[in-house]
Design a protein around this ligand. Sequence first.
Ligand code: IFM
Length: 462
Amino acid sequence: MGQYEFPRGFLWGVATAAYQIEGAPAEDGKGESIWDRFTHTPGNILNGDTGDVACDHYHRYRDDVHIMRDLGVTAYRFSISWPRVLPAGKGQVNRKGLDFYSRLVDLLLEADIKPAITLYHWDLPQALQDKGGWINRATTDYFAEYASIMFNELGDRVPMWITHNEPWATAYAGHALGVHAPGLKDLSSAIQVSHHLLLSHGKAVQAFRDLGIKGGKIGITLNLHPVYPASSDESDIIAARRVDGTSNRWFLDPIFKGTYPEDIWVLFDEKVAPPKTGDGDLELIGSPVDFLGVNYYFRNVIRALGPGDEGTASPVDRITGGALVRPEGKYTEMGWEVYPEGIYDLLSRIRRDYGDVPLYITENGAAYEDRVNEAGKIEDDGRLDYIKAHLIQVHRAIEDGVNVAGYFVWSLMDNFEWAYGYSKRFGLIYVDYRSPDRDRIWKKSAFWYRDVIKNNAVTIKD
Ligand code: IFM
């Protein structure tokens, strides 16, 4: 029997994102997003799935807040659909869109759940994409304007604001690999987009401070991986360092040190082009944040590319000269390695290299093939074990003095998993996509998580 107790006031949360759960893509004046367009373009999404209905959360949000209340979560991380609030991305505000989020926030507060809002979880208004999207520097100003509208509307009630979710994914999955909206395959655009995302983050933080939003904190969520060389060969070590540089340091350094990592700037210069930047950009990007959101799913073990990789290496791999290896071990349904020690290594490294900023695990969780058994139950032991093992490693980091203030499971419920459509289930709550009401069923992991929250501890029974 072991007991891993968490600090008093530790936030226990669940997370979702607008496009993945809301549905209602054109209701009450909502504008089109790049994900509406991308999913309706044949060939982009497995099985031709779209987010048109998703979990129907736009209509079922009251029930979903009740589920969270029954789970006992103390925080809920969700995102705002920018085109629901500003159908054209800028200009005319859609009052009905704002009202939806305002009602949701009030219900959460009534249930004693802290709202944690992500401003950008990938659903850019299509109207802005038509003007160049994130490649266009003007989008950074439109983002700050949109953020200010949200701060003014909800700033008195929302304690936690996240500017962006996983800028790496927006930049590379969306603009270099073409697997996410807007589906571009151009490395130099991806690098430019990464800069504009960071700049827009800085401008939003600045707006938050200028508006004097009291009682709220602001930060950003990055998808980070601890990176390990596959061997002690010099070439693997160099490749691993570059992967760490492009995926981790490229985002962490400007936010916490106000500079891009020199080695990666030089690498981009040699292989593609570094981003175009303006005077004062890095000061803005380095505006102090109140916390860092960390999304962790798996580690990266990297080997150097060899001559045999020419046909298969992705454009991103070709820059770093490294590729992921697949160590022996357990894997989730996404094909992601289960490596709980990775979250400990990552948290320790952030403190070592970037100081004592408060950290929140804003996403952690696993997709498994869940089945409703004859008794109507879902025995998702794989997910339960995954979350448990990661929480124990988070606890270990806290014991070492790392300032981790909360943990959000990805996800509250099964939802639209981007290019994989509905084929991957990450939820604590099962969603029956065949039922007209998108029925929700508690999985075993949900009951277990409820107990963890109640005890403020993970308990291991022998
Ligand atoms: O579903 C996504 C989420 O939108 C962003 N982080 C990773 C999750 C699982 O792929």
